[in-house]
Design a protein around this ligand. Structure first.
Ligand SMILES: Nc1c(NC[C@H](O)[C@H](O)[C@H](O)CO)[nH]c(=O)[nH]c1=O
Ligand SMILES: CC(=O)[C@@H](O)COP(=O)(O)O
Length: 160
């Protein structure tokens, strides 16, 4: 199902575990920060709506999406979190750099999930245009940050 056929912000609280005892790390890329901050706000709001305490949400910023890998690794190793949400927005430019950044972050986040007993949620927009990013960070398709937060809560509950 493509994103255009579902709203990224929709969830049924009755099906989501209460997150009051869960601790979350959120690593946010500074590239396209208008978008990544929107994704962060969506994620934070959903976590709190589902019971998470603000003091149990730790935010770190990193320069770009490629640094989400190392930032998430250090978040896991030092902050005693139950889950990490890695937030970034990669937008296609003129060169192949887009493909390498997207694939690198994808593989890096996968490797973190294999290495640590703490899930890292893949909240990376990989868009062709800024409009696609706007549409997915609180626009007409909802907010991928919200989707990531719900995934985070479900994965923490699964891992308890
Ligand atoms: N073009 C985008 C980047 N590029 C920067 C890389 O993520 C990385 O910070 C750099 O290669 C240094 O290691 N990052 C994004 O998050 N979004 C982009 O569109
Ligand atoms: C994803 C990127 O790094 C990209 O936005 C950089 O743009 P360009 O490919 O034009 O150098």
């Amino acid at each position: 199902m493509a994103t255009e056929n579902k709203n990224l912000s929709q969830y049924d609280k009755n099906t989501i575990p209460n997150a009051k005892d869960f601790r979350f790390g959120i690593v946010v890329s500074e590239w396209n920060d208008a978008i990544t901050n929107g994704l962060f706000e969506g994620a934070k709001a959903a976590l709190i709506d589902c019971g998470a305490l603000p003091e149990n949400i730790v935010r770190w910023d990193v320069p770009g999406s490629f640094e989400l890998i190392f930032g998430s690794k250090k978040m896991i190793e030092t902050q005693n979190v139950d889950c990490v949400i890695a937030i970034g927005c990669v937008i296609k430019g003129e060169t192949m750099h887009f493909e390498f950044v997207c694939d690198g972050v994808t593989q890096g986040v996968k490797d973190l999930n294999l290495k640590y007993d703490v899930p890292t949620i893949f909240c990376l927009l990989t868009d062709n245009t800024m409009q696609q990013s706007i549409d997915r960070s609180g626009g007409k398709h909802g907010n991928k940050g919200t989707e990531a937060a719900i995934a985070a809560i479900k994965m923490v509950a699964l891992n308890k």
